[in-house]
Design a protein around this ligand. Sequence first.
Ligand code: NI
Length: 135
Amino acid sequence: MIYVTRREVFSSSHRLFNPKFNEEENDRIFGKCNNLNGHGHNYILEVVVKGEINPDTGYVIDLKLLKTIIIENIIKKVDHKNLNLDVDFLYGIIPTAENIAVGIWKQLIDKISSGKLYSIKLYETENNYVEYKGE
Ligand code: NI
């Protein structure tokens, strides 16, 4: 079994808040990330596919194809967008790195044409990232 990774980047804005909480609670829980008019991140997304090497091609999945799958299903939907308002698969969800990673997983799980989706790693800052493996 071997693991192949495609990295893509995107820039988005978001605001972290829960409409169930009042202003004071949102401020306490989310701090600066609760800024009323949002703020932005340059996200780094890593999609890892695992599988056997196809002896005819030497590939698990053609990385050009994996790139296209990620661009079409994720990047076009999130890049230069407001993650609270513009993205169908995140609508109604607090757009933390955790929730974005799970949303991306759900978008991609059926789209990987060879090999199997293994993990979604999402860097929100240089020092903060989350990883989701479907469970
Ligand atoms: Ni943020």
